[in-house]
Ligand binder design. Sequence first.
Ligand code: I3P
Length: 124
Amino acid sequence: QHNVVIAGAAVELKGEQLNVAKISESGKKQRKNWTSMWTVLTSDQLLFYKDKQQETGQKSGGKTDVVQLGGALIEWTTEKSSRKNVFQITTNTGSEYLLQVENHSTASKWHDAIKRAIDSSTKA
Ligand code: I3P
């Protein structure tokens, strides 16, 4: 089996503060608790850090959440929050995250990049 890299399809978005609420863990509903997280997208994972200093290792502690994007689903939602520009990521292990940012084009940029990462890291 070969790893196929499609030119131009590589996905990497620099970190940004996004509002994140994990609403399910392994299919079990969680209490919604919006938190501002320093979010980094790689080709197949979404990483949530408490802040940028934690990503660069200048500061330890705090929990980093790693979301595997292979087999995940992403969709905009207007029903799961009263906030605007909210999209949901559902992982293939049944965890659900809501992501939100006030600026619409910033939200779209993240949604689209995450969708590309999901598509390219999901095996056919
Ligand atoms: C929740 C909090 C969330 C809100 C949620 C509330 O209350 O206000 O911000 O979600 O609404 O239940 P609490 O802090 O007491 O848990 P949104 O901001 O996304 O609307 P919800 O129950 O309708 O999801």
